[in-house]
Write a protein that binds this ligand. Structure first.
Ligand SMILES: *Cc1c(COP(=O)(O)O)cnc(C)c1O
Length: 559
């Protein structure tokens, strides 16, 4: 067992005595001080708390005259639970109930012999796994979710109010928005870090500003991990968002007026794939392709025929509302026949790809663009992956082509996110997202609702509420919102309603799966969705479900 120990000048004698008296199976890491000369307790409190927070040691012991200042310092750190224990009983209790991992002692209040007993009791008492204690420990850690930005309560109460409201909203609603997810604490810590203070135009090792070593390290990690995670030859992690990543590829490869063949927005494509209101539609000659009217899926033979006629410079696949798998090998064949660039926008399915729940486009495509905040669950941002031969072109397109200084705090958060995906649990997560989606979809379908393309292979599906119930997507989304279930209205292929009303809703399972929900919860939620839509103007049904939904989500903590 490893224990970090530290004190101030008032506790240095007791520290020396403990080091001498406790030996069995314990390795001490003495964080100082070495002698009795006057010193500042936070310096040593921080050293021990860091050792515990980082996992370097199992426990920490901190001593000052009262033990109070030390406990205050240590409790500033995530994952540290420091307890001031004057008695053996309190040491046992705080281990069992609170899972304390730092013991604070007041040198003025305990004898050496009794302090030895307290330490021994503390390190030998296991944490009580009883459900109520687990729940309370979770709530204790949970308090720090709200305290992430709690300094703002005093510094800027208006902005704080918005953050608090978002926190409560995430806690209490069932979020089925297919493009959203819930970021990890680790990602948010990097995103909110001091790395945001640095100007770093250029790339690691080749910056236009001095003092870039720390951000170089962060960006290098992000690039390396991105390449490793997706098996890519080159990564540019600087695009501020997914649209910017797409813009960078266009800028790197084609000229204004050149032709891009892409999926039209109302069929599931994205704004930045050539919508007339977007830069992409204004600068380039966009030819849209559609899904098959019968199957509502991509018809690759038809796509090939169209591509041979149109002769685009870029064939762009990837979508925001396409519930089926994409056949990248087949798309590569088409691109080779046409002699055009194969570009895949995997913004929605990047997490499924990282987790092995969808085939990867990276071995086939010249360029793969993505967001990092959808199924990938990282910070809001974009990225381009490409073959090594395009590295220089894409890097110059991003900077100086279209962006100035990169957001190094967000880039660090991307690195954190990529590392999380290299852990094996994330593979299970990706599979579970798809399983959950299949079950949720089938539950709604079994209640008589028409599902676009007849089902789903990925993290989302589209419900045609218009043909099933004669209601619009807008009405459906509003009714579900009133019941605590959040989805978005969405056009369906060949929609007869306007994009403001739509005939469909889009439903996704990335966020609820992050909260730990599985098939049984999906059946419940699917039933609620059908109940609400069956009784579209019945506010009593909405209120009943809202209350049931709140009870359900209370068991599934947001990370
Ligand atoms: C979400 C999305 C994007 C870009 O999103 P930003 O909001 O610009 O980050 C790009 N492509 C597709 C397919 C998307 O779904």
């Amino acid at each position: 067992m490893k224990i970090a120990i530290g004190s101030d000048h008032g506790g240095v004698e007791l520290k020396a005595a403990l080091l001498k008296s406790i030996s069995n199976d314990v390795v001490f890491f003495d964080k100082g001080p070495a002698d009795k000369s006057s010193c500042d307790y936070p310096d040593y409190g921080v050293a021990v708390a860091k050792a515990v927070a980082s996992g370097e040691v199992d426990f920490g012991v901190l001593i000052c005259r009262s033990g109070i200042g030390m406990s205050m310092v240590a409790n500033r750190f995530q994952n540290v639970r420091a307890a001031l224990c004057p008695t053996v009983e309190s040491a046992v209790m705080t281990r069992q109930h609170n899972g304390a991992n730092v013991l604070c002692l007041g040198a003025d209040n305990v004898s050496v012999e009794y302090a030895v007993e307290i330490v021994k009791a503390f390190i030998s008492t296991p944490v009580d796994m009883d459900q109520r204690h687990e729940r309370r420990r979770w709530k204790l850690e949970r308090a720090s979710r709200l305290s992430d930005a709690s300094g703002l309560m005093k510094d800027d109460p208006e902005v704080w109010a918005a953050i608090e409201a978002q926190t409560v909203q995430e806690d209490t609603e069932i979020n089925l928005i297919a493009s959203e997810n819930t970021s990890s604490r680790a990602c948010r810590e990097a995103a909110g870090s001091v790395l945001m203070n640095k100007y770093a135009e250029g790339y690691p090792g080749k910056r236009w500003y001095s003092g870039c070593l720390p951000v170089d390290a962060a960006e290098e990690l992000a690039r390396k991990r991105a390449c490793e995670l997706f098996g890519a030859e080159h990564a540019n992690v600087q695009p501020h968002c997914g649209s910017a990543a797409n813009m960078a590829v266009y800028f790197a490869t084609i000229k204004p007026g050149d032709t891009i063949l892409s999926m039209s927005l109302d069929q599931g494509g994205h704004l930045s794939h050539g919508s007339p209101v977007n830069f992409s539609g204004k600068f380039y000659n966009i030819v849209p392709y559609t899904v098959d009217k019968e199957t509502e899926q991509l018809d690759y033979d038809a796509l090939e025929k169209q591509a041979m006629e149109v002769k685009p410079k870029i064939l762009l696949t990837g979508a925001s509302a396409y519930p089926r798998k994409l056949d990248f090998k087949r798309i590569r064949e088409i691109c080779d026949k046409v002699g055009c660039i194969m570009m895949v926008d995997m913004a929605h399915i990047a997490g499924l790809i990282a987790g092995g729940a969808h085939e990867s486009p990276v071995p086939y495509a010249d360029f793969v663009t993505t967001t990092t905040h959808k199924t990938l669950g990282g910070p809001r941002g974009g990225m381009v992956l490409c073959k090594a031969e395009y590295a220089k072109a894409i890097d110059s397109a991003v900077f100086p082509g279209m962006q100035g200084g990169p957001l190094e705090n967000i880039i660090a958060a991307k690195a954190v996110c990529f590392r999380e995906w290299m852990q094996s649990e994330k593979k299970d997560y990706a599979q579970q997202v798809v399983k959950n989606c299949a079950v949720l979809c089938k539950t709604v379908q079994d209640r008589g609702y028409r599902i676009v393309s007849g089902g789903t292979d990925n993290h989302l599906f589209l419900v045609d509420v218009k043909s099933t119930k004669g209601i619009t997507g807008k009405e459906a989304a509003a009714a579900l919102d009133a019941a605590g279930i959040v989805v978005n209205k969405n056009t369906i292929p060949y929609d007869t309603e306007s994009p403001f009303k739509t005939s469909g809703i889009r439903v996704g399972t990335a966020s609820v799966t992050t909260r730990g929900m599985k098939e049984p919860e999906m059946i419940k939620i699917g039933t609620w969705i059908a109940d609400v839509l069956d009784n579209i103007s019945d506010t009593a049904v909405q209120e009943r479900i809202k209350s049931d939904a709140a009870k359900l989500v209370a068991n599934f903590p947001v990370p």
